[in-house]
Design a protein. Structure first.
Length: 440
């Protein structure tokens, strides 16, 4: 299950907290409340069937009574299963919220320390933790109520069967030994019935969760996309995006032709980064369209994952610098040296003891912001992406290094759309043209 869910998230990633919840807590709940329970539920059920069958050797009334009580012992708690199901779903939801809150607040831990604001962190974590604990308490309480209902029928069965056997004895319909034996069997039957009911409710309480995980395990067949190498033009037409808080951004119409080097500029808040995400299909449009065409002016549907995209939040991995450049594809190693030169990383490499074999840790990265940008730029270069969308890709690199990198980028065959602030006149002149975004 976990492997299939991982495959799903590889294609359609979600928030880290949601993925952690499904891959950790939810799978653990399914294991303990479904798979572990299922085997013993089946064993109890088999025992009940055979034992009730044995009562036939004494008198059919004992069987009828056992079946009636067993029926109510099963049906009545079943009416309560929607509450236990809802309670289990709430535990999953609260756990996801808790993980999401931890992720969001601990990302800003350094800032909280800087302003000595530990109390707000404790408060937020405490509140969310309490909500999670309450949801778990409510789930346990609902299970206890179901258990109490089952216990009532359990007592009725254990006491009722021997009593009926006693009445039959005085009516000379069964022997004295049948009373003791029926009592013994009744204990076994209704203990197992009670156990079955409890286990059944546990099994059913996970239904919503199991349905959710089942959907995540469905691996859609890879859609057929056109190669990004077929893209001859990218057209933005009557495009607008509306944010959740209500703000709407409208974009000018424009066309970027294959091989063009375009600089995207505008004040903060004009939607430059959002535009790149729209072009990559990551954000839904409010109106308008993005049109990709081939050299025959035909509409195509490229695989956006194959487009080179460098976001402001760089993605690095706990691995060597070389592996971060090649993305663990050793076949690309022979392209790395030229990428190091083109991205002004030669002097940076010389300062490292193990050079490109140097291992880095994402949370304690020994590379500066500018060096990390160079690594990600080299990654795009060695993979020879024919289209590059760059969001402030050189903002942390010194002027000399940035100029060299931009010169190499603009002299290549790639189609380039780049967001940048504060470029020098020399750097701006390297681009074919500029697209200016304006505020509302």
């Amino acid at each position: 299950m976990r492997q299939n869910i991982v495959k799903h998230y590889y294609r359609k990633p979600e928030k880290v907290a949601d993925m952690e919840n499904h891959l950790g807590n939810d799978l653990q709940m399914i294991q303990t409340s479904y798979y572990d329970v299922y085997f013993y539920f089946a064993c109890d059920l088999i025992y009940i069937v055979f034992t009730i069958g044995t009562l036939f050797t004494f008198h059919w009334i004992l069987v009828a009574y056992s079946l009636v009580i067993s029926f109510f012992a099963i049906v009545v708690p079943k009416l309560l299963e929607k509450y236990t199901n809802k309670a289990t779903e709430k535990v999953s939801s609260k756990n996801a919220q808790f993980l999401n809150l931890i992720e969001n607040w601990f990302n800003g831990l350094e800032e909280l320390r800087r302003y000595k604001n530990k109390s707000i962190l404790k408060k937020k974590i405490g509140e969310s933790s309490h909500q999670l604990e309450q949801s778990e308490y409510q789930r346990d309480k609902s299970m206890i109520y179901v258990g109490m209902v089952a216990a009532i029928f359990d007592v009725m069965g254990r006491v009722g069967v021997p009593v009926i056997a006693g009445i039959l004895f005085f009516n000379h319909q069964v022997s004295l030994g049948a009373i003791l034996t029926a009592g013994y069997f009744a204990n076994g039957i209704f203990y197992s019935v009670n156990s079955c009911v409890t286990k059944y409710i546990q099994l059913k309480s996970t239904k919503t969760l199991r349905d959710q995980l089942a959907k995540l395990q469905k691996i859609e067949a890879d859609k057929k996309y056109d190669s990004i190498d077929e893209i001859a033009s990218i057209e933005v037409k009557n495009l607008s995006v509306k944010y959740e808080h209500g703000e709407k951004i409208a974009y000018p119409n424009f066309v970027i032709n294959r091989g063009e080097k375009v600089l995207l500029v505008g004040d903060s808040g004009t939607g430059k980064s959002t535009l790149l995400k729209v072009l990559l299909g990551q954000i839904k449009l409010s109106s308008g369209e993005v049109i990709y065409k081939n050299k025959n002016d035909e509409l195509i549907h490229p695989d956006f994952n194959q487009i080179g995209y460098l976001a402001q939040d760089l993605t690095m991995f706990d691995a060597s610098i070389l592996e971060n450049i090649t993305m663990f594809n050793s076949k690309l190693n022979d392209r790395v040296n030229s990428a190091v030169e083109a991205n002004a990383f030669v002097h940076d490499e010389e300062k490292l003891k193990d050079r490109l074999a140097t291992e880095i840790e994402v949370k304690h990265n020994l590379l500066s912001g500018g060096q990390q940008q160079k690594v990600v730029l080299m990654r795009a270069m060695v993979h020879e992406k024919s289209i590059l969308y760059l969001d402030e890709a050189t903002s942390a690199i010194d002027q000399k290094g940035a100029t060299k990198i931009l010169r190499n980028l603009t002299q290549g065959k790639e189609t380039l759309l780049m967001i940048a602030h504060n470029l020098s006149e020399e750097q701006r002149a390297l681009f074919d043209r500029e697209i200016h975004l304006e505020g509302k």
